[in-house]
Design a protein around this ligand. Sequence first.
Ligand code: APR
Length: 246
Amino acid sequence: MAIPEELISRLRSARSVAVLTGAGISAESGVPTFRDAQTGLWAKYSPEELATPEAFRRNPKLVWEWYAWRRQRVGSVKPNAGHVALVRLEELVPEFTLITQNVDGLHQKAGSRHVLELHGNIRRSKCFDEDVVVEGWEDSKEVPPRCPRCGGLIRPDIVWFGEALPERIFAEAEQASAKCDVFFSIGTSSLVYPAAGLAYSALSGGALVVEINPGATSLSTEASYSFREAAGKFLPELVRKIPGKA
Ligand code: APR
């Protein structure tokens, strides 16, 4: 496909690049999307019924087991060519911020270093009462396990529906988006705020905004470029075209 010269030259001279990713970048790794993930035992529950603090209060065992099942499914998947191309892009630009809505940890697994996880990570857990990350706990039969400090219940460190994003991480994402020279929105439906607002901060700051998504979104008509492509195909081709820095 034709990649515009303007995009290549803006990337070559960019001081700062920010990237926002969503579920679409992991699609080619075989990570089921939120809704597609509801199969087998879990098909009768909707994610909105399980991914909330109220659901956890009501039935902590059910919610814990649902996440254990999702964690196991994500554990066996590998980063794809899209994740790998973003690792390369980080090496090519002076300042690089990778902001992700995904909780699968595939960017870090691929080798990306400066990653801001807006919605948490499925492999991490925290105390429901103290809101502090818990690294290890006593291996008892209890489900969910209990916090070794306060005895409260342990929950996944994921931003649930109705919960606020981690404040400092979001502030850093906002800052990186507002000041970058090129901003990418990759594999996200651009529906869920505040993450979806980052592209608009980038536009207001004068950045070139580039969307990569096989489908149209509300950002498509606002973006400087909107490529109807799969990330795993488009990104390696784009990154290869940054000669002189490659
Ligand atoms: N490459 C790029 N984009 C793709 C690909 C691909 N190979 N395959 C699918 N997509 C696009 C889809 O067209 C869609 O627009 O990825 C997007 C995925 O959209 P969503 O499933 O809505 O995912 P996301 O935008 O990450 O959702 C945001 O919503 O449920 C919450 O917390 C959850 O983080 C999630 C947030």
